[in-house]
Ligand binder design. Structure first.
Ligand code: DAH
Length: 358
């Protein structure tokens, strides 16, 4: 069995030299596999006479076991080496400095909208949307504006060029048309808020031609003024993060609500600094009321069966009050220094549980 001695020496040498798991596997196949060299020798045993077969068989088995054991040992060794290499390459250097703070900021308008969505979302309101370019029906007529109402005049509304049929599209002057669209689209009960852009032909210290509002609408069978008051008082206290801020509902007029009210919150201006909370002064922050029966009729809802309340609020205005931003026009100057000062970190997503503002 000279062959066997040679094969044994070669196999043991090759196993010791194998430098990868693949090479080792190839070696196993070429020695102990079905067509391997040692397996080949096993097959020759059949042709030997019994005495010789016994001796050769024992010798062959011993070599086979020896080679198999060495292959296993080498395999374990190579696997450990591979693991060590991987651990070394994936090592985390905990001494690296932290990443510098992100430079991007969330604009106060987006922040305030997110805060409002968090608060009203918790109360069960869904976010609704409508187009910035509206028609007369959704922006005015369905909302019970009489034909000669001043808001329809050129000086308030941006109209688009007249169409062939004489009608003119316009840039929505408030978010209230989203009420109309929501009522036309879905059956009551309805509970939506609609934050978005609005446009009026107006520009001075306290007005910009584009600004933002949020609209709210609740329609159900037994909705009444008490629900309106409870909802808005809860909102105001959560939003301004002042538990006992005084809230006042003052009678007012809007074509689309009856009765209508404006909401004021208490504040003090002692020492020239505006502070939200109990004090000698009041600040108007929003308009609201019970949806006018004519509006419900325009939207295909029977006012004898359903009623509801609505409200509308200027986002810039409450953002200025909450975050002490003195000048409205700076919101739209795209001044990065302003944004760095008044903006919010992107990771601080407002939520009622995690905190509205951090
Ligand atoms: N649309 C009104 C505005 O632009 C705001 C408003 C007031 C909306 C009362 C309402 C409401 O839904 O009920 O000034």
């Amino acid at each position: 069995m000279q062959d066997l001695d040679r094969l044994r020496a070669e196999a043991l040498q090759a196993a010791a030299n194998a430098d990868s798991l693949d090479a080792l596997e190839n070696l196993r196949v070429s020695t102990l596999g079905k067509k391997g060299s040692i397996t080949g020798l096993m097959k020759t045993l059949g042709q030997m006479d019994p005495e010789a077969r016994k001796a050769a068989g024992q010798a062959l088995n011993a070599v086979k076991d020896e080679v198999a054991a060495l292959l296993d040992a080498r395999k374990a060794e190579l696997e450990e080496k591979a693991l060590d290499a991987r651990l070394a390459s994936e090592r985390v250097d905990v001494s690296l400095p932290v990443r510098p703070e992100t430079t991007g900021r969330i604009h106060p308008i987006s922040q305030v909208m997110d805060e409002m969505i968090a608060i009203f979302g918790q109360m069960g309101f869904e976010v609704a949307e409508g187009p910035d370019i509206e028609d007369d029906f959704h922006n005015f007529t369905a909302l019970n504006f009489p034909p000669e109402h001043p808001a329809r005049q050129m000086h308030d509304t941006f109209f688009l060029p007249e169409k062939e049929d004489g009608s003119r599209l316009l840039l929505r002057t408030h978010t209230s048309p989203v009420q109309v669209r929501s009522m036309l689209k879905s059956k009551p009960p309805i509970r939506i808020i609609a934050p978005g852009r609005t446009y009026r032909c107006d520009s001075d210290m306290t007005h910009t031609p584009m600004f933002h509002q949020i609209e709210g609408l609740v329609i159900d069978k037994a909705t009444h003024m008490g629900h309106l008051k409870g909802c808005l008082i809860e909102f105001v206290r959560t939003f301004f993060e002042v538990d006992d801020v005084p809230v006042r509902f003052r009678p007012s007029f809007f074509p689309f609500t009856e009765p209508s009210a404006e909401v004021d919150i208490g504040c003090s201006r002692a020492g020239g600094e505006l502070k939200i909370g109990a004090g000698a002064d009041w600040l108007e922050i929003l308009g609201c009321g019970m949806v006018h029966p004519n509006v419900l009729r325009h939207c295909g809802i029977d006012p004898d069966e359903y009623q509801g309340f609505a409200f509308g609020m200027g986002i810039e205005r409450v953002a200025m009050l909450k975050y002490g931003i003195p000048d409205l026009r700076t919101f739209f100057d795209s001044d990065l220094r302003w944004l760095k000062h008044y903006g919010f970190l992107p990771i601080d997503v407002p939520s009622l549980t995690g905190g509205l503002t951090r």
